[in-house]
Ligand binder design. Sequence first.
Ligand SMILES: Nc1nc2c(ncn2[C@@H]2O[C@H](COP(=O)(O)OP(=O)(O)OP(=O)(O)O)[C@@H](O)[C@H]2O)c(=O)[nH]1
Length: 596
Amino acid sequence: MAGFFKKIFSFGKKEIVEERVDETAPLPPIRWDALDTLRPEAEQAEPEHLARKQEPAPHPPLDGEGRHEVAGRGDGADVGHPHPRATLGTSPIEGEVEAAPQLAPEEPQPEPAPTIPPTPEPIVPAEPEPLPQPQPEEEPRPEPEKPEPPAPEEVPPAQPGPTPTPAPEPAPQEVPVPAPAQPDIEPSRPEPQLQPAPVEVPPPPSEVPAETPAPIEVPPSAPPAVEPSAEISPPIRQPAPIEPQPIHAEIAPEPELVPPPPKPAPSPGKVTVAKKVEQKAEPVKAPEPAPRRSWFQRMRDGLARSSRELTGNIAGVFTKRKLDDDTLQDLEDVLIRADLGVETALRVTDSLAASRYGRDVSDAEVRAVMAAEVEKVLTPVARPLELDLSHKPHVVLVVGVNGTGKTTTIGKLAAKLTDGGLKVMLAAGDTFRAAAIEQLKIWGERTKSPVVASKLGADAAGLAYDAFEKAKEAGSDVLIIDTAGRLQNKTELMAELEKIVRVLGKLDPEAPHTVLQTVDATTGQNALNQVEIFRNVAGVNGLVMTKLDGTARGGILVAIAAKHRLPVYFIGVGEQVDDLEPFSASEFARAIAGVA
Ligand SMILES: Nc1nc2c(ncn2[C@@H]2O[C@H](COP(=O)(O)OP(=O)(O)OP(=O)(O)O)[C@@H](O)[C@H]2O)c(=O)[nH]1
């Protein structure tokens, strides 16, 4: 078969040359037949086409004429592109086939008939793969160049129909019939041109046009046809343009690719991110503030809110005013509102009246007098905690309302004692709160103090008794017992605390040896009532004023001291283990009065 085709092809070539010379003007249509010849290969893809091909025997003529015709259509050289594509195109094949018959009458040249046999070879279809073979078609390209001269002549006529659109670029160079086909392939890539061309295709064969659109898909199959006729290759090349169509699809994505460029823009965003990262790094540096303020500074800062309000109000009272009854009354009101208590307020006003009544008084002088009087009130209560270690262990019972800082204070105190070489044991007497038990265990681990605890809800008194025995057995110097502080049920609270004290007394009549109450400095006047309650129930004999590092109501300490005259052993100025400081009357008085 291959030999047979070769013969046919060679024959076609010869004819082509001749025909070209003759047909320069009229023959354009014959090319369609040539396309049919090409179909034999295309047939591989579609048997129907093969059948049609048989009919248009014109295969041979197509080879030779094909080019001429193409030129004619090509005249559409521009148009030619679409047509060939159409013909080569899938459906177009049929359409073309039909068109071919029209041409056939003119070129009924029998020779092609033999070509028909090859068509039956649809067996070839198996060869469809050879599609790539179309490339070899390129060889024929040179040949087409020869015919080129005639093509131009034919082109003009066809041009009218297809016209313009394709004419643009390819037409000029390829003007020669073959040329257009080749260039078409390239131009076809620019899809835009190719698309318009198909539209024009219709003119030649009325039917073709309709089919032309479909061809677009066909192209792929068309290429194979080209192989058989090396000469026909030019038109075949036209089908090749079809490939460009897919290219279009690819091209489309390209624009999408265009967006990527904007992505680079985000790069600056990355820069921004880097900045953010830096910012994050900065906060990390924050921890550096290792330089910790002294407890006094913290207390002063904590009391600053109290002192600012107090001193500000004092200044407001004594601005350009002489000390008289009205100013003294105003000052008394200011001090009472500062939680210092009536007793302390009167001490201050009496002191001022005794020494400065009727005279101009500055707010600084008033604050100095106030500091002095407050210190006088606090000095008696500002005593250090003394532990009688003749009691082994010395039992410290810690009481107070929930949240006032009992557990925290126990931890801080245990730290001080263990640091001082004392052997400490802790007892989790707040059996109503699991969190309280766990919190105390944490403090025990931190201070290396054993913790005696029981299940949640266990009897607090029983726990205290067990802890006392264990502390004795362990030879502990100090046993610190935590308790609950549920004021919402005073009766139950009183009963529990009384029971604890009674039980401890069984082991040591003097136990508990120290009963500390934690008082939240932020509580205000209610703290006075709390101290009264716990003093009566548990026999509180000492106070720890907590949270003085952040309150505007530190004056309550003065009121409590003046009213209850209970020792104030420590003040809490923070949540850390070393934020428990001995209470100093003078420092506290100067701090709250805003005196340097
Ligand atoms: N700023 C500050 N916070 C404190 C101080 N003392 C305790 N706290 C905090 O106050 C909260 C309550 O402390 P706790 O020790 O649990 O008080 P509690 O009386 O044992 O409370 P309950 O276990 O519910 O009975 C915790 O968040 C402590 O960290 C202090 O002196 N200053």
